[in-house]
Write a protein that binds this ligand. Structure first.
Ligand code: NAD
Length: 256
């Protein structure tokens, strides 16, 4: 199975919704979590990525986040992000649901982006609730190892979902609604191991839709996929866009 088959499936099964994970951003130089070279091979998630850890010692958690936020803010969208934005423009992709916090879908030009794990767009003060934009957080980090609230001095928390925190209800509700409506859920670069997001493909399948997976290596739902391509997200999606450019997209079912 290759990019052309995936392009055909996308045209046939409208509406199509993408679900992306860390693997969509590795070609932008951002490591994923679970690969042998991923972040959690070097950092214990409970020590640096949980809300308990943040509450106990926010400065220690920022020693992990400071270089990470700087790196994410400098990364550029890659071919996979750009292609998903192009598919939306072509009228064959309804939305991108992403587990990523890096803002790269938005920066690539995708307009319907549902960020189920939050993002680095802002940080919030746990003390007084002040919200501080990324540019200001980066400015604060020039002077300090952890950003202090400009109003009350408490250490800011990035608006990303830490282990042990609930997902933003409006985003996860919207993601489930999109998954149920999708006749094709296209997973790109996710091992589908983090819940509740990993349940989205099952929601699509239960509602009569299909699952397509573009991922390097196995995922938890390989045996449920109608089509699976083990390869680079950027290369595979570039092939899909090339195949689609010449085709006339069908009118999406929901627009009829
Ligand atoms: P994961 O790390 O569990 O899995 C990523 C998958 O992508 C792996 O199976 C890997 O083999 C595959 N992959 C890596 N590079 C690829 C490529 N170029 N092409 C195709 N596949 C590739 O990631 P996940 O399932 O998204 O899960 C985890 C959590 O990690 C999420 O909560 C997410 O917020 C967080 N995360 C986000 C970022 C980011 O914002 N860029 C980076 C790392 C982790």
């Amino acid at each position: 199975m290759g990019a052309r088959e995936l392009a055909e499936l996308i045209l046939e099964r409208q509406p199509c919704v993408a679900l992306t994970g860390a693997g969509v951003s590795t070609e932008s130089g951002i490591p994923d979590f679970r690969s042998p070279t991923g972040i959690w091979a070097r950092f214990d998630p409970l020590e640096y990525g949980s809300i308990e850890a943040f509450r106990a010692d926010p400065r220690k958690v920022w020693s992990f986040y400071k270089p990470r936020v700087a790196m994410l803010a400098e990364a550029e969208p890659n071919q996979a992000h750009l292609t998903l934005a192009e598919l939306e423009q072509l009228g064959v992709l309804e939305a991108v649901v992403t587990q990523n916090i890096d803002l790269l879908h938005e920066r690539a030009g995708s307009r319907e982006v549902v960020e189920v794990h939050g993002s680095i767009r802002s940080s919030t003060c746990p003390g007084c609730g002040e919200r501080v934009a990324l540019a200001d957080v980066l400015e604060l980090l020039r002077e300090a190892d952890a950003p202090a609230c400009p109003d009350c001095g408490e250490i800011l928390k990035p608006d990303v979902v830490f282990f042990g925190e609930l997902l933003p209800p409006s985003a996860i509700d919207r993601a489930f609604e999109l998954a149920r409506r999708a006749r094709l859920l296209l997973v790109v670069g996710s091992a589908l191991e983090v819940h509740p997001v990993a349940g989205l493909p099952l929601e699509t399948i239960a509602a009569g839709g299909d699952l397509a997976i573009v991922n390097r290596g196995p995922t938890a739902l390989n045996d449920r996929a109608a089509l699976r391509i083990d390869g680079s997200a950027g290369e595979v999606l570039a092939g899909v866009a090339e195949a689609l450019r010449g085709e006339q997209p069908q009118q999406p079912e929901h627009a009829r």
